[in-house]
Design a protein around this ligand. Structure first.
Ligand SMILES: *Cc1c(COP(=O)(O)O)cnc(C)c1O
Length: 457
């Protein structure tokens, strides 16, 4: 028997989990209008809603917070963050922002996208919303079979589709965005080879290439283990290689910088940096703090130093594979290979009795909550609106360094109980909700009651 890959940390501070019963959860879900974003955290036992900002900081990060310099301008914290970020990305102009989406908005503003097209291997929902708010159209070009191909780098840009789109939209392509890992497409990794191919086309056609680098470390680890001919000598060099090909990067530090809040924007071009400075000061804060406290910048700098640790990344992938395996043994179809940050269940395939407009993903997410207090996230037509042929997925995201193996065992056990009644899970309908980003606040109602067995367990 191979030895298990252990969590490479010990726990020094603990947070209690509030244990609920089925009746309490049924009431809470009704009050939340069958939208899991509406639940209070205390009503949740295992929170797999997102890996964003939900990680546990290390002792070194907490120590770094004490060193935070709260000077309004020119804080030491900023220079420490700038140094780490420049070394990683090679970008001379580094701007902190309060989140990744602020970095996106400011970049979209500074590039003047109106009337243009943005091509991507997969735009994250806020990235798409920012592009659309700037008057441009975002087009996703992942392979059509990405979620079922089981290819090691199914998050890649489909190069044939990319070439075709470059032809079709010639003269109107404002920028190209490569998202690593590809969050909207199963969190699947992107190969360095693909990044190079995309970058080469961008160079030839003078197109601006942006790296959405939220999970750069998890992506680099996959390249390091699965792309032997292309990877660089070290994990760090492999991560650096992605940045070196881009003209700019945006990043939610709530992912691979392992902090609870923060974002980054980096560019190479001085004139562009100047436009960003103006917009950053107008909307986020002075250029050396960007809407964050000095201590946040120090925590981010330390997180960026820690995240490329090979033992940490090996554990991260081991944890998600273990969860994927547990769900799969319970009979749920999962997207493989499992991403580091989440496991995606194909609810559309598993709940074949529910059409897409009855939101099978939301039905499964509600059932996991009712049965075991697990909060997950629908990624399908509720999140994106009716889109042709989109898969109806449920994402179980793993916060960084938070849950242990027994928590994952519990999730697998709950998923088995839900699987036993899956044919009886009802669809849902939207009662009210906004047009844009509606999954955050939509109110829903089930079309029939959820099986009583779910809350009896
Ligand atoms: C989380 C995320 C963002 C947005 O970052 P926030 O910090 O949540 O604003 C952008 N792109 C991807 C791929 C993400 O996962």
């Amino acid at each position: 028997m191979p030895r298990p890959i252990i969590e490479p940390f010990r726990i020094k501070v603990v947070e209690p989990i509030h244990v609920t019963d089925g009746a309490q959860r049924a009431l809470a879900l009704e009050k939340a209008h069958y939208n899991l974003f509406g639940l209070a955290a205390d009503e949740v036992m295992i929170d797999l809603l997102t890996d964003s900002g939900t990680g546990a900081m290390s002792a070194e990060q907490w120590a770094a917070m004490m060193r935070g310099d709260e000077s309004y301008a020119g804080a030491n914290s900023f220079f420490r963050l700038q140094e780490v970020t420049r070394a990683l990305t090679g970008m001379p102009y580094i701007f902190p922002t309060h989140q990744g989406r602020a970095a996106e908005r400011i970049l979209c503003d500074a590039l003047a996208l109106k009337g243009q097209v943005v091509l991507s291997n997969g735009l994250f929902d806020t990235t798409r919303a920012n592009i659309e708010a700037a008057g441009a159209t975002g087009i996703d070009l992942a392979a059509a079979d990405a979620l079922v191909s089981r290819a090691p780098f199914a998050g890649d840009m489909d190069l044939a589709a990319f070439d075709k789109a470059l032809q079709t939209h010639r003269g109107r392509v404002a920028m190209v965005v490569m998202t690593v890992t590809n969050n909207t497409v199963g969190g699947l990794p992107v190969s360095l080879r693909n990044m190079e191919e995309v970058a080469q086309r961008c160079r030839e056609q003078k197109l601006f290439l942006v790296l959405d680098a939220c999970r750069f470390a998890e992506n680099a680890y996959r390249v390091f283990t699965d792309e032997p001919a292309i990877k660089k000598a070290t994990l760090e060099a492999t991560a650096q290689a992605f940045f070196s090909l881009a003209d700019a990067f945006t990043m939610s530090a709530k992912k691979d910088a392992i902090v609870n809040i923060g974002g980054l924007l980096g560019v190479r071009d001085e004139a562009l940096a100047e436009r960003i400075r103006v917009e950053l000061i107008r909307t986020e804060g002075f250029v050396t703090y960007g809407g964050l406290a000095g201590r946040d910048l120090d925590a981010m700098a330390q997180g960026l130093r820690e995240v490329l640790n090979a033992d940490y990344l090996a554990y991260r992938f081991a944890a998600s594979s273990y969860l994927a395996n547990g769900l799969s043994e319970a009979g749920w179809p999962v997207v493989l290979p499992a991403a580091a940050h989440a496991v995606y269940v194909d609810a559309g395939a598993a709940l074949a009795h529910l059409p897409a407009d009855h939101f099978p993903g939301q039905s499964l997410a509600c059932a996991l909550y009712l049965s075991g207090g697990i909060r997950s996230c629908e990624i399908g037509d509720l999140m994106f609106g009716a889109a042709n042929g989109r898969r109806q997925l449920v994402r179980l995201a793993l916060p960084r360094r938070v849950y242990t193996q027994s928590h994952v065992d519990y999730v697998a056990a709950v998923s088995r109980d839900v699987a036993a009644v899956k044919r009886h899970l009802p669809g849902l309908r939207v009662v009210s909700g906004p047009k844009s980003l509606r999954h955050f606040s939509a109110q829903l109602l089930p079309l029939a009651p959820f099986p009583r067995a779910l809350i009896a367990a």
